[in-house]
Design a protein around this ligand. Structure first.
Ligand code: ATP
Length: 427
């Protein structure tokens, strides 16, 4: 068994394209710089990650509620949050080839592409601007949100009043965010349109924030286990490098084939955001005066999760490529094959089983080529179980279930098949 670091990125990009996980966006028109579309398998993987996240952090908790806010908000939000002023990256330009880079991404004063000299850095705002309404004038200027977080703060009172939650509690959201990145790249790692899963967890300022911070750090570790990501490291951000609103930040970094880089973040944002948006303190407990709750923010990138999951799941074995996805994440949970395509009784039985399993799971059906090829084709997209219908099925009402990782096969009664697979998927 070999885990190939060499060309791993190329292999993943090519697998994603070939099997329908991720395509270049607008490809037939020559693409659009670093935009990507999730294909039929990619959307399943993405939805599985988002659903698992929602289940763990919203559905199964008493102290969390969700929202789904507008992508375009009143520009005053971004004025108050400081994004219009502060949300920028340092940009440098090559005097020779005119290419632009993020100053903190280049090591020297020379252009990494042509060796030309680089300009002094200037701040470039990352907010993506557009116009709302027919007239392209200043008064109609708006921005696509660069993070989901601010809507959790802006909606804080509405959520509080309707959900009647008491501190400590959190608001969670999954949704798109947009940043006019200077240098997008590395496939879906850095794009201008991406998706986030964020939590703003509100605590009483008198409470022990370190305890909550540790707790969320542990939750993030558990989550990484849920999705099978092993090559991650929690990195404490030095005091001098903290954003002005943060008292403590830990970055969760992943060892991508192109280097160790941020996957997620965890920050203690104090009361910075609620103070920006609410002139009067928005929270009150029975006996107390109104006050500003403090915030712990665990943030998770959806697209970077997908890339990390794919990198850690990809394995090359002698004659097969196998994506060792956690069964809960796999686009298809099961594939059903009739042993022979030209035996109508086998095909009919396989179709019957396929139709029945589909009521519970995403299921693939394949009757092309030989069984060995069909297995390998499912291994490559991470399908954890394959069910083959053969002559025994017709005689004894049992099928062969083959396990992706061990390649072992076992006979299972059709009457018990759904249960059996449900049990296996929880492994
Ligand atoms: P970086 O330093 O890589 O630009 P950041 O520190 O600006 O990232 P945050 O503002 O903390 O990122 O955003 C929260 C999460 O959103 C990140 O941890 C990451 O998973 C995701 N994310 C941020 N920018 C992008 C992007 N351009 N493309 C894809 N995901 C992104």
């Amino acid at each position: 068994m070999e885990k190939l670091e060499n060309n791993l990125m190329e292999k993943i990009v090519s697998l994603c394209k070939r099997r329908g996980f991720v395509f270049p966006g607008s490809e037939i028109y020559g693409g659009l710089s670093n935009s990507y579309d999730y294909g039929p398998l990619g959307v399943e993987l993405k939805n599985n990650i988002k659903n698992l996240w929602w289940k763990r952090f919203v559905q199964q908790r008493d102290d969390m509620v969700g929202i789904d806010a507008a992508l375009i908000m009143n520009p005053k939000v971004w004025e108050a949050s400081g994004h219009l002023k502060e949300f920028s990256d340092p940009l440098v330009e090559c005097s020779k080839c005119k290419r632009r880079f993020r100053a903190d991404h280049v090591n020297s004063k020379k252009c990494p592409d042509c060796g030309g000299s680089l300009s002094e850095p200037r701040q470039f705002n990352l907010m993506l601007k557009t116009f709302l309404g027919p007239a392209e004038e200043k008064a109609n200027e708006v921005y696509f949100r660069p993070e989901t977080a601010q809507s959790m703060f802006v909606d804080f009172k509405n959520v509080l009043e309707t959900s009647r939650k008491k501190l400590p509690f959190g608001i969670a959201q999954i949704g798109k965010a947009f940043r006019n990145e200077i240098t997008p790249g590395n496939f879906i790692f850095r794009t201008r349109e991406f998706e986030q899963m964020e939590i703003e967890y509100f605590i009483n300022p008198k409470d022990n924030w370190e305890k909550h911070f540790e707790y969320w750090q542990d939750q993030m570790k558990q989550w990484l286990k849920d999705i099978g990501v092993k090559n991650a490291e929690f990195v404490e951000i030095e005091k001098e490098e903290l954003a002005h609103y943060s008292k403590r930040t830990v970055d969760v970094e992943f060892k991508y084939p192109f280097g160790q880089k941020e996957l997620y973040g965890l920050a203690y944002r104090i009361d910075f955001d609620l103070k920006n948006h609410f002139k009067e303190a928005p929270y009150k407990e029975e006996e107390s005066d109104a006050f500003y709750p403090h915030v712990i923010e665990p943030t998770f990138g959806v697209d970077r999760s997908i890339l990390a999951v794919l990198c850690d799941a990809y394995e090359e074995q002698e004659e097969r490529v196998v994506l060792k996805l956690k069964p809960l994440l796999a686009p298809y949970k099961v594939a059903v094959f009739p042993l022979l395509k030209n035996k109508p009784e086998l095909v009919a039985k396989a179709k019957e089983i396929y139709a029945d399993l589909r009521k519970e799971f995403m299921v693939a059906f394949d009757d092309r080529g030989n069984i060995g090829k069909r297995y390998y084709s499912q291994d490559e997209i991470g399908t954890p179980y394959c069910v083959t219908v053969d002559f025994d099925t017709l005689e004894k009402n049992e099928v062969t279930v083959r396990d992706r990782d061990t390649m072992k096969q076992e006979k299972v009664k059709i009457s018990n098949l759904k249960n059996h697979i449900s049990m296996l998927l929880l492994k």
